[in-house]
Design a protein around this ligand. Structure first.
Ligand code: AMP
Length: 373
């Protein structure tokens, strides 16, 4: 999203009067803020040079809050006061929640109209949590740009309904952020690839993140994108690949009955191994568990792909359904855009390329592409 320098009629172009705007990808797991530097879009990093902000907020003692990496770190020790995945709850009701299979470890209040979570700072809604995340990104952007933001474009999933969109706007309002526009995430990704300047046609956005899979079919006509169909699986993502590898490690090392700490350790090593196998042909996982048992496994990329191929195949079903819902054949698809960190895995790239019979667009950072758009 561009750093807009909006000149209104009668306004001089003096630099101090430039109005600063940013693009914000308010994600389930991570959020990002982007702007334009020297004519091209770039994500803004925090003081440690990290562009992603974990979408986690901790309500601490003495009315203090922590957002991002600090909150994520504290999640295990303070789960009831540390809220993640607020995006799964925003604009929804307790009745919606009952139909959702995700386990969320919070103490939900009894308000039927809006979801509330009891924390040591009282009841907090997903709007409050999202507002904290937006506030943190706003501060980061203002520090980097050296001025007060007057507006932001915020991306939302294409399937968000009016209530979810309104709640996202309410979160922005709580932070004093003026929402210039809510932009559909797949549309933002397509814009990042410059497809809005391309010839007309139908495009697919394949978005495999940490915990969710979304697919969208977009129709570009006269420079405008229309979402023709959306689909996906809200319980399928990179985490499932970690979990499959974790189970394999347990089998290989003849382990059972791990305590929470050892499970977390092996799960994080499985995730690191998965990510390493994107670049390397093999990797080694070594650990000593709390009772002294050792884990020592070498896994090849081929083995990892064999273990997880069924998960990749599971993403193709919603793709077929979305094409059917949009009334298009795969042969009619002009381009396929890869979004989400888990699309870095070579067998995911390969499966999508094979299914569509074309190389997907993947040269932008898949974590940043929505914010950049
Ligand atoms: P996102 O929700 O888009 O931030 O995606 C997060 C998911 O991408 C997590 O499951 C990560 O482990 C995964 N991921 C990030 N980098 C890589 C990589 N190099 N290879 C495979 N998966 C990755």
């Amino acid at each position: 999203m561009a750093l807009l320098q909006i000149a209104e009629p009668g306004m001089s172009a003096a630099p101090h009067q430039h109005r600063l705007a940013v693009g914000i990808d308010l994600g389930t797991t991570n959020s990002l803020v982007a702007t334009v530097k020297s004519g091209s879009a770039a994500c803004i990093a925090d003081e440690q040079g990290r562009v992603t902000l974990p979408s986690v907020v901790r309500y601490c003692e003495e009315a203090r809050t922590e957002t991002g990496y600090d909150a994520l770190k504290a999640q295990k020790i303070d789960p009831l006061n540390t809220i993640s995945s607020a995006k799964r709850l925003i604009g929804r009701t307790l009745a919606d929640l009952k139909q959702d299979s995700h386990y969320l470890p919070y103490r939900f209040g009894s308000n039927e109209r809006i979801i509330e979570m009891q924390t040591r700072q009282g009841a907090k809604t997903p709007i409050d949590v999202s507002a904290e995340i937006l506030r943190s990104l706003k501060t980061r952007a203002e520090n980097a740009l050296g001025g007060e933001l007057t507006g932001a474009v915020i991306t939302v999933p294409a399937y968000f309904d009016d209530a979810q969109r309104q709640a996202t706007k309410d979160a922005a309002r709580l932070t004093g952020l003026n929402v210039l526009r809510l932009l559909n995430e797949p549309t933002a990704a397509a814009i990042a690839y410059g497809l809005d300047n391309a010839s007309e046609g139908t495009f697919v956005v394949y978005d495999l993140g940490g915990g969710t899979f979304d697919v969208s079919v977009l129709q570009l006509s006269k420079g405008l994108f229309e979402v023709k169909a959306t689909g996906g699986n809200s319980a399928l993502g990179g985490d499932d690949f970690d979990h499959r590898l974790f189970c394999h490690l347990l089998e290989q090392n003849k382990l059972s009955q791990l305590n929470e700490q050892d499970s977390q350790l092996l799960l994080s090593l499985a995730r690191a191994a998965k990510e390493a196998l994107t670049a390397d042909n093999s990797t080694t996982i070594q650990a000593v568990l709390s009772d002294g048992r050792k884990v020592d496994s070498t896994i090849t990329r081929q083995e990892f792909q064999n273990l997880t191929q069924h998960l990749v195949a599971k993403t193709i079903e919603p793709v077929k359904q979305a094409l059917k819902d949009a009334g298009v054949t795969k042969a009619a698809i002009k381009g396929v855009i890869m979004v989400g960190g888990a699309t870095r895995m070579p067998h995911v790239q390969q499966a999508v390329a094979t299914y569509f019979g074309q190389t997907p667009l993947n040269n932008l950072n898949p974590d940043e592409v929505v914010a950049l758009g």
